[in-house]
Ligand binder design. Structure first.
Ligand SMILES: Cc1cc2nc3c(=O)[nH]c(=O)nc-3n(C[C@H](O)[C@H](O)[C@H](O)COP(=O)(O)OP(=O)(O)OC[C@H]3O[C@@H](n4cnc5c(N)ncnc54)[C@H](O)[C@@H]3O)c2cc1C
Length: 216
């Protein structure tokens, strides 16, 4: 690894690769990635990868809608094909009036963030999806931008872009160690070299707490 850099990202799942891509887009050229195994060898590889902008509050609905944009842009790139179903739409069903009220509330709340959802009746649910039976169904909440994609292909597409922007990638690096220095900078210790940096991004998925605690 380089001996001196700005951020070291640890973990090459969707969080690591998209952070790497976005930092290089922001002009950070000295980005180093360290992964204990291979690209997308963590949770991102076997995720169901439904893409939603449904959330429990307005801010998250807005943020999730923004996060769909770069994925869609990458999916449209003929050099980085991604199997996707953007915009197929999703429906959350409601079998009680209280659930329908919740759906109407969300649709109204989301519209303030320019995020479109609509509360639809049972007949419209069945018209939209042939496997929906309307017996006992009050209706549903339809999100027209929801869909899904192949998570491993998305990771690859982000990784290719960041590689094009000259981020340094180090894979198969188990047993990374971290030391926080007196001036608040970090030293990242690998088997054969050490790297000093200002910022460490811990993107280790479900290992994130282990890595943080081990190096606290
Ligand atoms: C069955 C299932 C279905 C899901 N469905 C959806 C869905 O439909 N929609 C959705 O949005 N989300 C879904 N998720 C959640 C989503 O997949 C995860 O939130 C996301 O993939 C996490 O990405 P990550 O980059 O944080 O972690 P990971 O993909 O796990 O990446 C972490 C990386 O860090 C590396 N690493 C770990 N420890 C170290 C270490 N000490 N040193 C160096 N590297 C290390 C790992 O090898 C790995 O490559 C689902 C998850 C599961 C399990």
């Amino acid at each position: 690894m380089k001996s001196l850099t700005r951020p070291v990202l640890i973990g090459d799942g969707i969080v690591g690769v998209s952070t790497r891509h976005h930092l290089t887009q922001e002009g950070w050229s000295e980005v180093v990635l360290a992964e204990c195994d291979e690209l997308t060898s963590g949770i991102a590889w076997h995720s169901a990868a439904q893409v939603t902008n449904f959330a429990t509050n307005q801010t998250m609905a807005g943020l999730e809608s923004l996060s769909i944009r770069p994925c869609k842009k990458l999916a449209e790139d003929p050099d980085n094909p991604i199997n996707d179903h953007f915009g197929d739409g999703g429906i959350r069903l409601a079998i009680t009036e209280a659930q329908m009220r919740g759906h109407r509330h969300f649709a109204s709340m989301a519209s303030a963030m320019d995020v479109h959802f609509e509360a639809i009746d049972a007949e419209e649910c069945a018209r939209r999806h042939s496997l929906i039976f309307i017996k006992s169904l009050m209706g549903g909440l339809r999100g027209p931008r929801e869909g899904g994609l192949d998570p491993a292909q998305l990771c690859l597409a982000f990784a290719r872009r960041a590689r094009g922007a000259s981020a340094e990638v180090n894979r198969n690096m188990p047993d990374l160690g971290l030391t926080r220095n007196a001036d608040d900078s970090w030293s990242v210790h690998a088997e054969r070299s050490d790297t000093d940096c200002d910022v460490v991004v811990n993107a280790c998925g479900n290992r994130v707490n282990d890595v943080a605690i081990r190096n606290a």
